[in-house]
Design a protein around this ligand. Structure first.
Ligand code: 5CU
Length: 390
């Protein structure tokens, strides 16, 4: 148990565990890690994981796998606790038997990573927790998935599961995942829904824009589609205690939720399938605060905070009658600080990462959030969500 006083908790922070990095080094096609000579004639490692990425990939260093680097990053930014997850593309590209074995090994590795040597060199005590991996690939058996859910829930530092959008190859609305949702809900594990594939690369046109369009738009659009399909399939009605945390503040879902509700209203088949108005479900979800702007965070909290106005079937007993300010504050309870480390490093030698500073400043600047709300987003909400309180 940890004290809940003004802690900074990073719930969006990744690692390629050494075993996974070694696995990628042994591959000859993407996703892979390979070496090449740089302009100064030195050998350097390169990471190649994204669709459409130039075949040279991008430089990769120990910040991607070395725990000391993670702890030093935490120290530099005043982060007390990190809930670490494997970075994409997880096990998606593997055959089922390899995925099962590697998931099990990586879950044990992550438990060891989180439970050993928890302090940064010369710094404050740090604590690490983690999101485990399921072998979510086509042809995996349900018993393999359920075994792995059991494994994760028995590992004391693993508090959830990071999941991409593909499920078993057919997305997260696949009926074959039903018993997996049931098991995750029962185990009280948090699902961290994170993108990898973006949207069809043809949408990005012919101009050279680097990674900007896939990362800024493709990633969040992918998350938006995945969670919307999950909502439409009724998963949140059948598993109302399932806790799903959305990367990048839920992508475009907050902006599009009223349009989604209207489209559902005009489609009797879908409308009859769902227990509630689409906007209600946003109040069942959690959102990271990796949006880089105060106005965006304020807007997302408005949309989450109003969700209980959209309970269907007249049972709006709990519906908020509060003001806009109360709604915004209520929504903040489901938002959590994240950094996306080790991605988005500073280009120069800056001590603090711009991406992290911007997200902290964004939280600090949200109009209508008081200090309790901001402390919630910075840490207290994570302590409750992951059960890190005594
Ligand atoms: O920059 C990137 O490629 C990424 C990535 O792959 N995954 C992620 O979480 N953030 C950025």
């Amino acid at each position: 148990a940890v004290a809940s006083h003004r802690l900074l908790v990073d719930i969006h922070t990744h690692v390629y565990l050494p075993r996974y990095a070694a696995f990628l080094r042994a591959r000859s096609n993407a996703p892979r890690i390979f070496t090449r000579e740089n302009a100064e004639g030195k050998t350097e490692e390169r990471l190649l994981i994204l669709d459409g990425e130039p075949s040279g990939g991008r430089p990769m260093g120990p910040q991607f796998w070395d725990k000391v680097e993670k702890l030093n990053f935490m120290e530099r930014h005043g982060i007390d606790i990190s809930v670490v997850s494997s970075a994409n593309p997880w096990l998606d590209f593997l055959p089922a038997s390899t995925a099962h074995q590697l998931a099990s090994e990586l879950n044990n590795d992550l438990e060891e990573y989180c439970s050993s040597s928890p302090s940064a060199a010369g710094g404050e005590l740090k604590q690490l927790y983690g999101f485990g991996l399921l072998p979510l690939v086509p042809e995996v058996t349900t018993s393999s998935l359920l075994d792995t859910v059991r494994q994760i829930s028995a590992l004391p530092h693993l508090k959830g599961i990071i999941m991409g959008s593909r499920g078993l190859g057919k997305g997260l609305d696949d009926d074959a995942l039903e018993s997996v949702w049931a098991a995750i809900q029962k185990a009280r594990l948090v699902v961290f829904l994170h993108p990898h594939y973006g949207v069809d690369g043809k949408e990005w046109g012919d101009k050279e824009n680097g990674h900007v369009l896939p990362l800024a738009l493709g990633f969040p659009f992918e998350t938006t589609i995945a969670i919307t399909r999950l909502i439409l399939s009724g998963v949140l009605d059948r598993y109302p205690d399932l806790r799903i945390l959305l990367a990048h503040s839920g992508g475009a879902l907050p902006q599009l939720s009223s349009r989604l509700a209207s489209c559902i209203d005009h489609d009797p088949v879908v409308a009859s399938r769902l227990k509630h108005d689409a906007r209600y479900y946003l109040g069942k979800l959690y959102f990271d605060a990796v949006a880089y702007g105060s106005e965006e965070l304020g807007f997302v909290s408005d949309v989450i905070g109003r969700s209980d106005k959209f309970v269907k079937s007249g049972s709006s007993a709990g519906a908020s009658k509060g003001t806009g300010a109360a709604t915004r504050r209520l929504g903040s309870r489901r938002m959590l600080f994240g950094t996306d480390h080790p991605f988005f490093p500073p280009l120069g030698g800056a001590e603090k990462w711009k991406s992290v500073v911007e997200n902290l400043e964004a939280i600090d600047g949200v109009h209508g959030w008081d200090e309790v709300d901001k402390d919630g987003v910075r840490g207290t909400n994570a302590l409750s969500l992951f059960g890190l309180r005594s």
